[in-house]
Design a protein around this ligand. Structure first.
Ligand code: SF4
Ligand code: SF4
Length: 285
């Protein structure tokens, strides 16, 4: 589909509405109204909201419906349930509970909203870049798709699970050898690493679930990683060694994905309404 027609596609129109009217400003408003209004439960507040709701800078046509989609996140936020996760600020000091709560739930809200936006944008692009390994001349030797155990059965490929693989990471300097061959030359293959399983796509290889018409054979059951957007919430970043999170305050967008350069302006607007900085970067070269 060409660029002009993409913007007329129903799925894109919905995604553009979400990018132009992100849910976070509405959640922040609901939070303030809840604290000021003496409500017992977030549902009571939601049911009291007018439709449409004009915040001064944004008009939400269906604020109730939109907030109900995030009720499981809104509830702990407005009821003051502080996450157990530690978030460090720019000075490496631990943030106070109120900041921690806002930042943690902001990340959760964005992850969900961006997954929806990605699903709406990706299909009409007729693109399969996320389902193929690096090109012959890419700097990357392989791409990795982390998998949960219950997702392994979706793939009809060899699974390597040895003492050596389970003690390593795919990014170790000394690469895992399988029968004397570096693992990244053997994909598509699933390997169990120290931190779990992943599908490895070697250079110029394709995911075994990509069918001849470039559709996904397991689309409705595709792994969580395959549902992740190319516009990422990067409000916080986990430090896997310390188990803490570092505040980043950013939105990361991958320019290799065709909808990212096309929607630069909308992505900047979305980030601004979320009070985040944008980082545009390339993954493949
Ligand atoms: S499982 Fe489907 S969506 Fe995921 S990489 Fe393979 S073909 Fe692509
Ligand atoms: S690069 Fe973008 S459009 Fe292409 S498959 Fe990945 S998410 Fe979809």
């Amino acid at each position: 589909m060409d660029r002009k027609n993409l913007r007329k596609n129903d799925s894109w129109i919905l995604a553009l509405d979400l990018l132009r009217q992100p849910i976070w400003p509405l959640i922040r408003l609901a939070h303030m109204l809840f604290l000021a209004g003496g409500y017992d439960a977030p549902k009571d507040l939601i049911n009291d909201l007018p439709s449409p709701l004009d915040t001064g800078s944004l008009v939400y046509e269906n604020p109730k419906e939109r907030l109900y989609n995030y009720l499981d996140i809104l509830e702990p936020l407005v009821l003051g349930k502080i996450p157990t996760q530690k978030i460090l600020g720019n000075d490496s000091e631990e943030l106070d509970p109120i900041e921690t709560s806002l930042i943690f739930y902001h990340q959760k809200v964005l992850e969900r909203e961006l997954e929806t936006i990605n699903s709406l944008l990706c299909g009409p692009c007729n693109c399969h870049l996320c389902c193929i390994g690096p090109g012959a001349h890419d700097k990357n030797l392989f791409f990795e798709i982390p998998l949960r155990k219950d997702e392994l059965s979706l793939f009809n490929v060899d699974v390597i699970s040895t003492q050596a693989s389970k003690s390593m990471s795919p990014y170790d300097d000394n690469s895992l050898l399988i029968n004397g061959v570096p693992f990244f030359e053997l994909g598509p293959i699933i390997i169990e690493w120290k931190r779990g399983h992943s599908l490895i796509l070697s250079r110029e290889s394709i995911c075994p679930n990509l069918d001849a018409s470039l559709g996904c054979k397991v689309y409705s059951k595709r792994p969580i990683t395959c549902r992740r957007p190319q516009i990422f919430a990067y409000v916080i970043e986990e430090n896997s060694k310390s188990g803490t999170f570092q505040f980043q305050g950013k939105l990361l967008a991958i320019l290799d994905c065709p909808y990212v350069p096309e929607l630069r302006q909308e992505i900047h607007q979305y980030a601004s309404l979320n009070e985040l900085d944008v980082i545009l970067t390339k993954n493949r070269c």
